[in-house]
Design a protein around this ligand. Structure first.
Ligand code: GLN
Length: 515
C-alpha cells in the first residue's frame, strides 16, 4: 500500500501539481491506482485489461526524467485509462468483441501515441459495448460494467468502462469515443464529465471504426478542468486521418479556468418540460438554468424542429456505415477464425460465415443486417438517402440556432442510470434514449456533459449537456466550469464525494452473459 491512500481521489490537475512539487512520485500515484483496482474492480468490472507493468514502467521513466531536471508535460505521470476501441501496442484491443479476443495491435492509435509522448501511464483498457454499439455496456462480449453509484445499474454506454473507472476512482482520466453519445451519456449517469470534441478535432487514426462520419474520440474525467487538460493532449491535426482539422486547438484549458458566463447567450433546446423525461432530471436541469442566469448569462428557448427525427436518421446512417466498416472482419487477415469443417475443407465463404456467426453478438448482427438492407439497391435512396437528407436538416437547425445563441443546453439524458437488464431486450427503448446526444454527431458539433446534481427520486447523478458550434469547443468548458463551480460552492464538495463507497461484496444481478 502507498503512504497516500487518498491519492486516487485527487484530480488530475492536483496530481500534476503534487508531482511537479515532488510531494509524490509517479510510481506512487500508479501504485495507488493499481491497489484501488485490486480492491474494487472485481465488483465494478470496468477494466478488460490491466497493464500494471507498462504503467509502472512509464511512471519510472517520468520520475527519472524529473529527477534529471528534464522539461516534462504538465500531465506527465498522471495515469489514464483507454477505452478498448483504441489500438494500443503491448495490450490487447478487442472493442468489446469476441471477434478480436486477444488481438494485439501492431501500432498505436494517434491518441495513444499522444498519451505516451506526454508521459501519461496507461493503466489499462476499459469495457465497452461491442464495437461501441449500445448505451449500457450490456452488449460487451465480456460482461456488463456496473455503475459505481449503484452496482445493480448500468454505467451508460458504450463507454461505460471509462465512466466507471472515473466514478470508482480507478483512474483520474480516461479516453472515450462518441458516435451517438458514448462519452456524454456515460458521463451523465455516473456523475463525471465527458466531451465529444468537434468532428475532426481529435484524430481517429488507429481507432476501431464504427460509423466513420460520426465517430469522435474525446476526454473523460471527474472535473471540467481535468477534461480540458486531457482534451488538449488528445486534440490537434493528424495527417494520418483525412478528416482531421488542420487548425489550432480551441483554447479549452483557458476556458475551463475562466468559467465566466456573463453576457453569454444560452439556448435551451427541447424545452424545459419535455415529455418522457424523468422529473428529477428536469428539476436539476431547470435549477442549472437559473444558476446560469444568476451568473449573468441570457437563457432563451430555441426551436430545433428536426431534432425529433435525429434518432431515426442516426439508426439508418450508423448501421449503414457500420455494416460497411465491419465487413473487414472476414476471418482471413486477423481476428477470430472458425473453420466449420475443422479439417480445412471449408471454402473461404463458409469460414467467413461461421466466424462472423460466432464472433459477433446479437446487437452487432442486428445492425449489420439493418445497414446492409438500408444500403441495398432499390432501398438505398428511401432509407440511407432519406436519412442523409434529415441529417442536413439537423445541421441547418444548429446553424440557425447558433445565429441566435452562443451555446445550446439540454439534459444529457432523459433518465438517470437504469437497472441492468431492464432495456437490454428492447433495442428501440434503448435507442430512443439517445434523443439528446445524437444531433451533435449528425452535425459534427462539439458537446460536453457536466454533473448538475442528483435526482430526488433515486439519488442518482444528472448531467447537463452543452453544445457549441464546430471548433468552438472552448465554450463548452466555460459553461461547464461555471456550473461545476456553483455546485461545489453550494455543496462544499464535488458531486462524486456523495457517491457511496463501492461495495466489494458480490452483487447477484442477472445479465445476458451470466444468465
Ligand atoms: N448509444 C449509441 C448507439 O448505440 C451510441 C454509440 C456510440 O456513441 N458509440 O449507437
Amino acid at each position: 500500500m502507498t503512504d497516500h491512500p487518498d491519492l486516487v481521489r485527487r484530480s488530475a490537475a492536483r496530481l500534476a501539481a503534487d508531482l511537479a512539487a515532488r510531494d509524490v512520485s509517479a510510481v506512487e500515484v500508479v501504485r495507488a491506482h493499481l491497489d484501488r483496482m485490486d480492491a474494487v474492480d472485481g465488483a465494478v468490472h470496468a477494466y478488460l485489461h490491466r497493464d500494471d507493468e507498462g504503467a509502472l514502467a512509464t511512471a519510472r521513466e517520468v520520475d527519472a526524467a524529473r529527477a534529471r531536471g528534464e522539461a516534462l508535460h504538465p500531465l506527465a505521470g498522471v495515469p489514464v485509462a483507454v477505452k478498448d476501441v483504441a489500438c494500443t501496442v503491448g495490450q490487447p484491443t478487442t472493442a468489446g468483441s469476441k471477434m478480436l479476443e486477444g488481438w494485439m495491435p501492431p501500432y498505436d492509435a494517434t491518441v495513444v501515441e499522444r498519451l505516451r509522448a506526454a508521459g501519461l501511464p496507461i493503466l489499462g483498457k476499459t469495457n465497452m459495448d461491442e464495437f461501441a454499439m449500445g448505451s449500457s455496456t450490456e452488449h460487451s462480449a465480456y460482461g456488463v460494467t456496473r455503475n459505481p453509484w449503484d452496482l445493480t445499474r448500468v454505467p451508460g454506454g458504450s463507454g461505460g468502462g471509462s465512466s466507471a473507472v472515473l466514478a470508482s476512482f480507478q483512474a483520474p482520466l480516461a479516453v472515450g469515443s462518441d458516435t451517438g453519445g458514448s462519452i456524454r451519456q456515460p458521463a451523465a449517469v455516473t456523475g463525471t464529465v465527458g466531451t465529444k470534441p468537434t468532428y475532426g478535432g481529435v484524430s481517429r487514426y488507429g481507432v476501431i471504426a464504427l460509423a466513420s462520419s460520426l465517430d469522435q474520440i474525446g476526454p473523460c474525467a471527474r472535473t471540467v478542468l481535468d477534461t480540458a487538460l486531457l482534451h488538449e493532449v488528445l486534440a490537434g491535426h493528424d495527417p494520418r486521418d483525412s478528416t482531421s482539422i488542420d487548425a489550432p486547438v480551441p483554447p479549452v484549458v483557458q476556458a475551463a479556468r475562466r468559467a465566466d458566463v456573463a453576457g453569454l447567450r444560452i439556448g435551451v433546446v427541447g424545452g424545459r418540460d419535455a415529455t418522457g423525461y424523468q422529473p428529477g432530471v428536469l428539476a436539476r436541469f431547470t435549477e442549472a438554468l437559473d444558476r446560469l442566469e444568476a451568473a449573468g448569462a441570457t437563457v432563451v428557448d430555441v426551436a430545433c424542429p428536426h431534432f425529433d427525427y435525429a434518432v431515426a436518421a442516426y439508426y439508418l446512417i450508423l448501421p449503414s456505415e457500420a455494416s460497411s466498416n465491419l465487413a473487414r472482419y472476414d476471418a482471413m487477415r486477423y481476428g477470430l477464425r472458425v473453420d466449420p469443417s475443422r479439417g480445412g475443407a471449408s471454402s473461404a465463404e463458409q469460414v467467413m460465415a461461421a466466424s462472423r456467426e460466432a464472433g459477433f453478438g446479437d446487437e452487432v448482427k442486428r445492425r449489420i443486417i439493418l445497414g446492409t438492407y438500408a444500403l441495398s439497391a432499390g432501398y438505398v435512396d428511401a432509407y440511407y438517402g432519406q436519412a442523409q437528407r434529415v441529417r442536413t436538416l439537423v445541421a441547418h437547425d444548429f446553424a440557425a440556432a447558433f445565429e441566435q445563441v452562443d451555446v445550446l443546453v439540454s439534459p444529457t439524458t432523459p433518465t438517470t442510470a437504469y437497472p441492468i437488464g431492464e432495456k437490454v431486450d428492447d433495442p428501440l427503448a434503448m435507442y430512443r434514449l439517445d434523443v439528446t446526444t445524437i444531433p451533435a454527431n449528425l452535425a459534427g458539433v462539439p458537446g460536453l456533459s457536466v454533473p448538475v446534481g442528483l435526482a430526488d427520486e433515486d439519488g442518482l447523478p444528472v448531467g447537463l449537456q452543452v453544445l457549441a458550434p464546430a471548433m468552438a469547443d472552448d465554450r463548452l468548458y466555460t459553461v461547464a466550469a461555471a456550473l461545476e463551480r456553483d455546485l461545489v460552492d453550494a455543496w462544499g464538495a464535488p458531486l462524486l464525494d456523495r457517491a457511496p463507497e463501492v461495495s466489494t461484496s458480490p452483487v447477484p444481478t442477472p445479465t445476458r452473459q451470466e444468465a
